[in-house]
Design a protein around this ligand. Structure first.
Ligand SMILES: C[S@@+](CC[C@H](N)C(=O)[O-])C[C@H]1O[C@@H](n2cnc3c(N)ncnc32)[C@H](O)[C@@H]1O
Length: 214
């Protein structure tokens, strides 16, 4: 899954991953993150997720990172906000009140460009990445957020049945990526109604990642 793959998806409007309502698992489990209104939540690989509008409506500040300018132009349109657009190193920053989205490769974002974040919400982000890219992504999130707590939603299914994305990420894979930095707690397992892409039996698994105590 290189950049061209995702740019092409947005250009073709081939975005079945996009949900029209706030994700019910975010709505249910946000309270497990150590945040309160006014805090800043980072949404990596954010697309034009409606979850951003929902977090803003609850009084959080939101930061995001997304490869596709088309996605972020649509995000601001749908939020009825006009962004201030500035350079941020190799990325471009689209900002409005309480909202900063960095457009470009998340691996090119630096902690100082991102600024402080209090927690991280990963939906359809880790599972969007093939195995070869996951280590770099996980290390980058740890570095960018100084091990901020994460709410992570993963899919579990038989990878032989379906080519990703989304890829199957089970506990072992999550632990391989994050055990050195985080305690990993299972919050909920839910069947994907109708199967993944309408064909493949799958579970959605919600995890809380909390930094090891010193
Ligand atoms: C499966 S979509 C999920 C979007 C969003 N999280 C949601 O729930 O709708 C994955 C997104 O990651 C973006 N993406 C992929 N690789 C990226 C990278 N290296 N840096 C930033 N964004 C990336 C894609 O453009 C795409 O919008």
């Amino acid at each position: 899954m290189d950049a061209a793959f995702w740019h092409n998806k947005w250009a073709q409007k081939d975005i079945a991953f996009h949900e029209l309502q706030p994700n019910p698992l975010l709505v249910r489990w946000l309270e497990t993150l150590p945040v309160q209104p006014g805090d800043r939540i980072f949404v990596p690989l954010c697309g034009k997720s409606r979850d951003i509008a929902w977090l803003l409506s609850k009084g959080y500040r939101v930061a995001g990172a997304e490869l596709s300018p088309l996605a972020i132009e649509a995000l601001f349109d749908e939020l009825a906000l006009t962004p201030t657009v500035t350079a941020a190193g190799k990325l471009t920053r689209f900002s409005a009140t309480n909202l900063d989205i960095f457009v470009g490769d998340i691996l090119d974002l630096s902690p100082s460009q991102l600024g402080e974040v209090d927690a991280l919400y990963d939906r359809a982000a880790l599972v969007a990445l093939p195995e070869a890219m996951r280590d770099q992504y996980a290390r980058q999130l740890v570095k960018l957020t100084d091990r901020a707590s994460q709410l992570v939603i993963c899919f579990e299914y038989d990878q032989q049945q379906l080519a990703g994305p989304p890829f199957a990420i089970n506990h072992d894979e999550l632990a391989r990526l994050y055990h050195q930095d985080y305690d990993i707690t299972s919050l909920q397992i839910k069947e994907v109604a109708g199967g993944l892409k309408g064909t493949c039996a799958a579970l959605e698994h919600v995890w809380l990642l909390s930094a090891h105590r010193a």
